[in-house]
Design a protein around this ligand. Structure first.
Ligand code: FES
Length: 124
């Protein structure tokens, strides 16, 4: 089978879908080739990511990757979330086909951007 059960599960029942109105950080990224877009919202309290939501306009792997990635950083310190790699996301999903690895890269990038946004707001 092309996709693991975990990918199918997170694609069919994505966790943390939506938007946080009063987010502390927002990260939006896109892939020019496939045209997919991912937006991640984080809520931070005392340097802990207390809530995270995402909106992904994209392929099934991008949705599964954002779902898994948000689960992996929820409740974690910002410093730890910054270290989340696309490789770790793909591994947590029991692998992605090679031509779908870039979908997990979007998740890593969107989280980094959301944290960047949070940091720059904090330093204002
Ligand atoms: Fe581009 Fe999945 S095909 S994000």
């Amino acid at each position: 089978m092309l996709y693991s059960e975990k990918v199918m599960d997170h694609f069919m029942n994505p966790r943390n879908v939506g938007k946080i109105e009063d987010a502390d950080g927002i990260g939006e990224v896109g892939n020019a080739k496939c045209g997919d877009i991912m937006k991640i919202y984080i809520k931070v309290d005392n340097d802990i990511i207390t809530d995270v939501k995402f909106n992904t306009f994209g392929c099934g792997s991008a949705i599964a990757s954002s779902s898994m990635a948000t689960e992996m950083i929820k409740g974690k310190p910002v410093s730890e979330a910054l270290e989340l790699t696309n490789k770790a996301v793909a591994e947590a999903l029991d692998g992605l086909p090679a031509h779908k690895l870039h979908c997990s890269v979007l998740a890593e990038e969107a989280i980094k951007k959301a944290i960047d946004d949070y940091e720059s707001r904090k330093n204002k």
